[in-house]
Design a protein around this ligand. Structure first.
Ligand SMILES: Nc1ncnc2c1ncn2[C@@H]1O[C@H](COP(=O)(O)OP(=O)(O)O)[C@@H](O)[C@H]1O
Ligand SMILES: CC(=O)N[C@@H](CCC(=O)OP(=O)(O)O)C(=O)O
Length: 263
């Protein structure tokens, strides 16, 4: 592919707060033929809508317990509301974007997670239609992907954690870099009573921090997805705060921001 691609995961924790300058930054990158392939979450918005509809929701090990009723809401909010909101914001910045869910063109093929008996219709990614993403990029559009997967039979939908989906898209595309945009400035650790952002962490340090409880909650699927994709072609995964000015272009140009997860 002539354009240089990277995968960007954008978390639900930060989406609404992303400043206009974040989208201008995306436009600047597209102008330089550096194309973000965007995978987004939307956990808080899903919670809101489930709450309004009076549907109970619960997380087991960071994954939403998902039945067909919950899945209807997840798909509606992610592939409808959030996906289109991101596409609109990107287009308002003057850039070109195309929204897709993992269902479209069988973009994300999924299989049930190992603990499906506990979490229900939650999937892991078994295949990504990388040619479709490359085709969209060739046409000059930034793909914006909602993490709904389709079973091998093409009928069953699965709810996929957005960090997991982003890591799988990065692996299958063979990009060098994944940038995870969230609401904290990186992976933090308390050193001598002071909270500090770690500039780099290795897989071993991640394992230790999960075991000690220093990495918990929503950070766990991020680091797990990062560890999985850096086993392949992905060279580094960078966790950054979306509120930092021009964060994406600065990371791409090698600035030391956030936390880099390396082999
Ligand atoms: N060591 C850590 N450093 C920074 N944040 C952490 C750490 N461990 C857990 N977290 C939590 O992870 C959260 C980010 O995950 P999450 O809320 O799921 O974001 P997103 O919606 O972007 O996926 C942070 O707001 C923070 O509460
Ligand atoms: C299986 C599972 O938990 N899916 C997530 C998908 C959205 C997501 O991951 O959104 P964030 O990135 O904002 O957390 C969910 O239902 O909330």
């Amino acid at each position: 592919m002539s354009a240089m691609c990277f995968v960007m995961k954008c978390g639900g924790s930060t989406l609404a707060a992303l400043p206009d300058s974040f989208f201008k930054d995306l436009k600047g990158l597209q102008d330089e033929a550096i194309i973000p392939v965007i995978v987004h979450g939307g956990g808080p918005a899903i919670n809101d809508t489930l709450g309004k509809l009076g549907i109970e929701t619960e997380f087991v090990g960071g994954l939403r317990k998902t039945n067909e009723a919950v899945l209807d809401v997840v798909e509606m909010v992610l592939a409808g509301q959030i996906n289109k909101e991101i596409v609109r914001k990107i287009q308002l910045s003057g850039a070109r974007a195309l929204g897709l869910s993992g269902v479209d063109g069988k973009l994300i093929q999924a299989e049930p997670v190992a603990n499906a008996h506990e979490v229900g219709l939650v999937g892991n990614v078994s295949h990504v239609n990388a040619e479709l993403i490359q085709g969209v990029v060739k046409m000059g559009y930034m793909p914006v992907i909602a993490p709904i997967g389709l079973g091998a039979d093409g009928g069953q939908r699965y709810n996929i954690n957005a960090d997991t989906a982003a890591g799988a898209v990065a692996s299958h595309l063979g990009v060098e870099r994944m940038i995870v945009v969230t609401d904290v400035p990186g992976i933090m650790k308390t050193v001598d009573g002071e909270k500090k952002v770690l500039p780099t962490v290795t897989v071993q340090e991640i394992d230790e921090m999960i075991a000690s409880g220093e990495i918990y909650g929503g950070m766990i699927p991020k680091v797990r997805a990062a560890v999985q994709c850096i086993q392949g072609k992905v060279r580094e995964v960078i966790i950054v705060n979306g509120a930092e000015p021009e964060v994406l272009s600065r990371v791409i140009k090698g600035a030391e921001i956030g936390t880099r997860i390396v082999k």
